[in-house]
Each structure stands twice: as structure tokens, then as C-alpha cells.
Design a protein around this ligand. Structure first.
Ligand code: NAD
Length: 485
């Protein structure tokens, strides 16, 4: 049984600790946040992640997993130290490495008791692991310490599944001894034939950034296509589907929407752009991806403002706050940028999220909005409903009821969850992302059913205001033709 200390019990550290304990290792998870450790000792999980409580409880009961706030003690007793502390963005976009090097200092001061490997799991710019190794070697001239890089690819909301059955494990290890230990730790994944990429430190670190930057680029790409679809009268859902059928492209991460968010893509793309420049290179595609994403958040605000003929004094129901479903993580969530934009323009916001409302209440923006018990309560008396996060409950809303609850039946479906025609049939004026035309959108633009009259009126009323006329983008000839069809 390998003795492991996991430093940092956030999303990555806690999942890593619980999963490595489940693999049969003896794990202690430590954190400088004493309150967090106290909650964990009481059996609470400090954030929402499906299945994590059961995994933690099981491994605490069988004695393989424990929690402590004594980082130095845990480091002293461990053979392998996983560093899973945060690397948040600094104001200039680069990664704040202070926590990583703080862990390094604790390790340096506690190197007695035989050989140790520090495994850098936090996402940190290329060169961080080698810099950490240099510092530790100076503290232990006898060479009793190695540093490896083992970037994490888990996905919040499916963290256990993606840790236990990853697409690949990347190990940056430059000594046979450290590589052997890491292989041993991940042996259960070898047994299920998980591809293992064993490489050098810099390559391992760059794999993480390159992967996140590529996924973010795919999202920004399809969002630009969505915007183009709106201008030319095409349907991005069909464009994305047909593109994704090409095996070289693949269908994943081709969902048009309000732009990406979360604790990784925004900060990792910014950090990559910064460290590339520091090394004398530009990653122009990544820089463009970042700019497109920021613009997409703001475009969503303008979309709402334009369709409603201004939002000042209007109440908007925002459905979904977390940056994606099945998490309560609000870091860089698009909903926050959109709400901020709406509030700045004088709107009032009532929000609902299945699990992230407590976290939202603790943020400055949380004090400026109201919260509702469910989607319908949020919509009651509102001038529009906006789906920002595609939580399952919002995928199967009773649209007729939603239309009845709203003061004006207008739905902004920023995740393209619904068919425009279905929403129109329920009496809602529908606004998706990139749904310029196509049979479904065409039907939506010309609702036939009597029930759709309210929706059509709501759309016309909104469009008729001078504010809207002033802001409404000119329609291209192609879009006009598509609307006539
Ligand atoms: P987090 O903010 O949820 O957790 C970090 C934890 O580290 C906190 O509990 C904090 O108290 C603790 N910490 C900070 N300094 C410490 C110190 N000196 N000693 C001990 N504990 C300390 O962060 P996270 O989301 O778990 O991310 C951790 C790292 O993993 C980041 O580099 C992130 O980019 C990367 N990552 C995150 C995800 C994800 O989905 N969240 C996925 C892959 C990689």
C-alpha cells in the first residue's frame, strides 16, 4: 500500500484522494482551510459532486482515507505527495502559483524519512514542475526527492467517472523510480487498458493546456458559426450535427451557447496566452478564442435587450447559474456575466439553480438579485425567461405553464434545449442561439396555432419599440429569403 498525501481538498484534491483510496492506496487529504477539513471530518462534502459522498464515506470506513489539517505531518509520512491546490488567475491573466510553491516549501522542510515524489496535479504553466524540482533538490542535496507532473482531466459533474475511467493518464516523470511509483498507483487503470502517456515534465504540462485550449477553441468556433447562422438565416444545430458526423471533427463540444465558463477553460486559456508570450511565442488561435468567448457573453445580453426592446425596469428569470449542469461551481460562470450585464442595463433578475443558489448568495451579485424555489416561480410575472445552464429539469419544462407564469411569454434558450416550433406552440416567443432558419426555425417564426398568438404579440410588441428598431441588426438578403420560405 503506497502512502499518499493529497494537498488541497478542492474539486480535484478530494476526488483524487477518494479515488486513489478506492484504488487501494492509503491516503490522507490535507488542506490549509481548517473549516473545510472540519466539515469533511463531520462527513460533509464541501461542494456538490454526484456520488462523491458515498465514495468518501466508503473509503473512510475501510480506513484507507482520512482528513487532516496538518500539511507538514502528512507530507513527512507520505511517499507520494499530490499537489492539488488552486492556481487561480491573477489580474493579468497569468496563473497564481503561490499555493503550489507554498506546498513546495512545506515539502522542502519535511524531506526526512526516505524517498518522496511530489506529483504536480494542479494545472500550472510549463516549467512549474521543473522549477519546483530545482527548489526541492536544493533542499535535499542527497537526491531523495523527485517531481512528476500528472495533469488532471476530470470533469466536474462527472468527476468520479472521469477519474476512474479516463480517456488517458498523462505522466510526466523523468526518473525510473518516480515513473514506477506512479504506474503502480494507477495500476487499476492499466488493468482496464487506459492509455498511459509517459513523457517529460514540459510535455505533460503542455498536454493539459493544449487539450483545454483546443476544447475552448471548438466552443468559440461553433459560437462564431452560430452568430453567422443568425446573420445569414441558417441553423447552427444542423450545421454542428452535420459537421460532427465527420469523424475528423467529432460532435463533442460543438454546442452553440452563451460561451464557456468554469474554473478551467477561462483561466487556462488566459494563462497559456501569457506563458506563450513569455517564451516569445503567440498562440493567436487561443487569444482569439478568449476574445470570442468574452464577446459571446455580452452578445447574449444584447440579444435579450434587443428582443425585449430594452430591459430597464423589466424582470428577467434566469434559469441556471452554475457554469454547467451537475455542479454548484460558479467560477467564471456565463450566467454571472449575463446577469451582471442585465443588471447594469437596469433589469431586475430572479434566478433559480438546482444546487448553486447558496454559492450565488455568497457572491456580490447574489445580493442584487432574487432567488426562486423553482423555474416556474422564477418566471412568475417576469418579462422573459432565460435558460443559461442546461440542467435536466430545464430540459423538460412544461412550456405552456412557463408561458402562463411569464408576464410576457418570451423564452431565451441559450443552450438550444428546445425546438423553436415546440416553444412557439406552447405560446412562447422563442430565441435560441444560431437558429436563423431551417424547417423548425421557419415554423417557429410563423406560428400557425391560435395558442401562439400571445407569443407572436410578445415578439411584435418587443420589436416595435424605437429602442429595438435602433438596435436591430440589418437582415441579410439570405436571411430575408429564408424568412419568406
Ligand atoms: P479548488 O479551489 O476547489 O481547491 C483548491 C484547494 O487547495 C482549496 O481547498 C484550498 O484551500 C487548498 N489550498 C490552497 N493553498 C494550499 C496550501 N498551501 N496547502 C494546502 N491546501 C491549500 O481548486 P480545484 O478546482 O480543485 O483545482 C485545483 C487544481 O486542479 C487547479 O490547478 C485546477 O486548474 C486544476 N484542475 C481543476 C479541474 C476542475 O474541474 N476543477 C479539473 C482539472 C484540473
Amino acid at each position: 500500500m503506497i502512502r499518499i498525501a493529497v494537498v488541497g481538498t478542492g474539486y480535484v484534491g478530494l476526488v483524487t484522494g477518494a479515488c486513489l483510496a478506492d484504488f487501494g492506496n492509503r491516503v490522507v487529504c490535507v488542506d490549509v482551510d481548517r473549516a473545510k477539513i472540519a466539515r469533511l471530518l463531520e462527513g460533509a462534502i464541501p461542494f456538490y459532486e454526484p456520488g462523491l459522498k458515498e465514495l468518501v464515506d466508503r473509503n473512510r470506513q475501510n480506513g484507507r482515507l482520512r482528513f487532516d489539517h496538518d500539511v507538514a505531518g502528512a507530507v513527512r509520512a507520505a511517499q507520494v505527495i499530490f499537489c492539488a491546490v488552486g492556481t487561480p488567475p491573477l489580474p493579468d491573466g497569468s496563473a497564481d502559483l503561490s499555493a503550489v510553491f507554498a506546498v513546495g516549501r512545506i515539502v522542502a522542510a519535511n524531506l526526512g524519512g526516505g524517498y518522496k515524489v511530489v506529483v504536480q496535479k494542479s494545472t500550472a504553466p510549463v516549467g512549474t514542475a521543473r522549477a519546483l524540482w530545482g527548489r526541492l533538490r536544493r533542499a535535499a542535496p542527497g537526491g531523495q526527492v523527485d517531481v512528476a507532473s500528472n495533469p488532471e482531466f476530470l470533469r466536474e459533474g462527472a468527476a468520479i467517472e472521469t477519474f476512474m475511467r479516463p480517456d488517458r493518464v498523462v505522466i510526466g516523470a523523468e526518473t525510473a523510480r518516480s515513473a514506477r511509483l506512479l504506474r503502480e498507483i494507477y495500476r487499476p487503470l492499466y488493468l482496464i487498458e487506459t492509455p498511459m502517456v509517459v513523457t517529460g515534465l514540459e510535455t505533460a504540462e503542455l498536454i493539459k493546456y493544449a487539450s483545454n485550449a483546443f476544447l475552448a477553441t471548438k466552443i468559440s468556433f461553433i459560437n462564431e458559426m452560430a452568430n453567422l447562422c443568425e446573420a445569414v438565416g441558417a441553423d447552427v444545430q444542423t450545421v454542428a450535427k452535420a459537421m460532427g458526423l465527420d469523424g475528423r471533427i467529432g460532435r463533442k463540444f460543438l454546442h452553440a451557447g452563451p460561451g464557456y465558463g468554469g474554473s478551467c477553460f477561462p483561466k487556462d486559456t488566459s494563462a497559456m496566452a501569457r506563458f506563450a508570450r513569455r517564451h516569445g511565442e503567440r498562440v493567436r488561435l487561443v487569444e482569439a478564442t478568449i476574445a470570442v468567448n468574452r464577446a459571446q457573453h455580452q452578445r447574449m445580453v444584447r440579444k435579450i435587450e434587443t428582443a425585449l426592446g430594452g430591459v430597464r425596469g423589466k424582470r428577467i428569470a434566469v434559469l441556471g447559474l452554475a457554469f454547467k449542469p451537475e455542479t454548484d461551481d460558479l467560477r467564471a460562470a456565463p450566467a454571472l456575466a449575463i446577469i451582471d450585464g442585465l443588471l447594469r442595463r437596469g433589469a431586475k433578475v430572479t434566478a433559480h439553480d438546482p444546487v448553486a443558489m447558496d454559492n450565488a448568495r455568497a457572491l456580490p451579485v447574489g445580493r442584487r438579485i432574487q432567488f426562486a424555489a423553482d423555474a416556474y416561480a422564477a418566471a412568475t410575472g417576469a418579462d422573459a425567461a432565460v435558460i443559461v445552464t442546461e440542467w435536466n429539469p430545464y430540459r423538460r419544462l412544461d412550456l405552456k405553464r412557463l408561458a402562463r407564469e411569464l408576464r410576457r411569454p418570451v423564452l431565451f434558450d441559450l443552450r438550444n434545449v428546445y425546438e423553436p416550433a415546440d416553444a412557439e406552440r406552447a405560446g412562447l416567443a422563442y430565441h435560441g442561439v444560431g437558429r436563423g432558419a431551417g424547417p423548425a426555425a421557419g415554423a417557429a417564426k410563423a406560428p400557425r396555432a391560435a395558442k401562439a398568438t400571445r407569443a407572436a404579440k410578445a415578439t411584435r410588441a418587443a420589436r416595435a419599440t424605437p429602442a429595438t428598431r435602433a438596435r436591430a441588426p440589418r437582415r441579410s438578403p439570405a436571411a430575408k429569403r429564408a424568412r419568406k420560405r
